[in-house]
Design a protein around this ligand. Sequence first.
Ligand SMILES: [Zn+2]
Ligand SMILES: [Zn+2]
Length: 370
Amino acid sequence: MKKLVLLFFIILPVFGISSNKKSKQQWYKGNTHCHSTISDGDSAPFKVVKAYHDHGYNFLLLTDHNFLVDIDTIQKPQNLRDDFLMIPGEEVTDKKSVHTTAFNISKYVPFYNDQNKATNHQERIKEIRAALKAPSNLSKTDLLQIHVDGIIEAGGIPFLNHPNFSEGLQVSDILPVTNLHHIELYNGHPGVANWGKEGHISVEAKWDELLSNGAKIYGVAADDMHDLNTGVPKDAGLFRGWTMVKSNSLTPEAIHESITSGNFYSTNSVTLKTCTINAKKCKIKVDKATTQTEISKSFGVPRIDKTGEIGYTIEFIGNNGTVLSKTNDTKASYTPKNGDKYVRARITYCTKTDKGFEKLFAWTQPVFIN
Ligand SMILES: [Zn+2]
Ligand SMILES: [Zn+2]
């Protein structure tokens, strides 16, 4: 997120720092977006990896700006768990605040007009800075399409990151892009205006607009961690947003497949026991114990509103963000109807403090009803 943009060009696309674990379908917790001192994070890659490993994450992508870190060169945490996996990643970082997560790539993905001629790191930094400062006639749509095409060519999945950061991207910038099926719905960086700002509706409202216009797009939550050493709310701290991926096994291929097919939900603290969203039936059950454990750690940054309903609320949401069904309970179900274009669920946990109504969420992926 910071202006400093570093990169390098060594590409060693080897998967994983740990072994695989095969089992029945289960949930795996992962962060798809964070930074180290390779670009503009405050900590070395091994410290970042250790933090997520020690906090019980199952998979992690280190996504330095325009830099693909060779994950096999990162020092492993002590007592490395066999249910922890590194997946290769990069944040393709371009002009006009177009940033794109490259999930599970096999090679470095260049930004637009990336010359990549420098022969050492410092030169490369200068080269990148100069390239990103140069004027460009390309639209945000064009830049994003270049990222998407490059990431797919590298075998990865593109996620449009933080569309409300800086000048941001409007729905009209995103809709024309082809082969983009993931957007960062929640990003833990304090500068990204998840809930909206002047000239930008909330990212969740943009997501509904995209879905209502026929886009097949899933919503991801991620940390965008830069500041391992502080973690105070004004910094880009740890453990604020993550995905829970349902998969048969913890391998890059299996997680890749589940992310591709929308077999995951996103959260900034609320966790689920049941998350069934299909064209016949949508069923949600909150995991109250795990949610309370997450909340007690105080990493989640709530949305603060002037109004709210204290406790849990489960909403099933459809075309244009319409609430199709709502209950103040920890379990709910909804049967999709013919007229429903898509159905997704949002689960809110709300408390009242002197700041207002503080809300934490889980968001399921939509099912598309034809
Ligand atoms: Zn970014
Ligand atoms: Zn980032």
